[in-house]
Design a protein around this ligand. Structure first.
Ligand SMILES: [Zn+2]
Length: 274
């Protein structure tokens, strides 16, 4: 992921990070990457371990990608458990996000640095988080009551230097899930962060963020954008509509989900690459 984000930073676009939970979603994301000729980040969060194991995610990615021409990273999204970070690395994930954003600063820093030491020894990239996103409707990433804490530019540069992380998730007003009310994205904070940081910055909560704001964030130095909620909502809505007409075989439903995810992800990749 580090090399992907370095190229994105140099050429001023953002790489899409798309959440997966099944064979269909993995195939949809990888097909969209192949169709657009753009790198993609296949992201899997520990909350979906009930759906599939880390090893299953890696095996499906590798077997599906073997038949496609696509550059991809297998990324662990928002992981609060150090045990799970190391399990994912052992299973073959190529990048991990350790999320210590809810912890006191020094504890977040110490844990992130410990993860970096192990991950870098194994050639794995590390994303860290400083500050905290609020949660909107249908959020899958955060607790219901999470409050917005903007990332402090003065704190961020020291955090990155001391932890050694490869990418930093910043909190500038996007929310996990869908917005309730008008989004208020603080581009001034992003500009302050860019002044202090050379590290690739990550925007979480891409769902529902207006196109012009996304473009301004990419111009302001965001090189990775995470989208989860909207892709799931879009595919589920289209599936519901198609099932209202008939009750097809499960094999047909599986194919439709792949198609819906591919189409939705393709749209985001094109938007982030403009
Ligand atoms: Zn997130």
């Amino acid at each position: 992921m580090t090399a992907m984000l370095a190229r994105a930073q140099r050429d001023r676009y953002a790489v899409g990070n798309f959440n997966v939970y099944s064979y269909e979603t993995i195939r949809g994301v990888l097909q969209a990457g192949a169709a657009t000729g753009r790198p993609v980040i296949v992201a899997f969060g520990e909350r979906y371990l009930e759906n599939m194991s880390f090893g299953t995610v890696v095996a499906i990615c590798q077997t599906v990608a073997a038949n496609l021409d696509v550059e991809y990273a297998i990324h662990l999204d928002h992981c609060k458990s150090l045990d799970n970070v190391y399990r994912a690395i052992k299973a073959g994930f190529t990048s991990v996000m350790y999320d210590g954003s809810a912890l006191p600063l020094e504890e977040n820093l110490a844990n992130t640095a410990a993860v970096v030491t192990v991950a870098h020894a194994l050639g794995v990239s590390v994303e860290a988080e400083l500050g905290s996103l609020a949660s909107g409707a249908n959020s899958q990433e955060s607790e219901d009551n999470e409050q917005q804490v903007y990332t402090d530019p003065a704190q961020a540069s020291g955090f990155v230097a001391r932890s050694g992380c490869d990418a930093l998730a910043v909190s500038i007003g996007t929310v996990h899930g869908s917005y309730q009310g008008e989004p208020n994205i603080r581009l001034d904070i992003l500009a302050g962060l860019r002044e202090k940081l050379d590290t690739p910055m990550v925007l979480h909560g891409g769902s529902g963020t207006p196109d012009d704001v996304i473009a301004a964030c990419i111009a302001g130095g965001i090189t990775k954008i995470n989208v989860n909620t909207e892709i799931s909502l879009d595919a589920a809505t289209r599936l519901k509509e198609s099932l209202a007409e008939s009750t097809p075989h499960l094999s047909v439903i599986s194919g439709r989900i792949v198609d819906y995810v591919t189409a939705s992800v393709t749209g985001y990749i094109q938007q982030f690459s403009r």
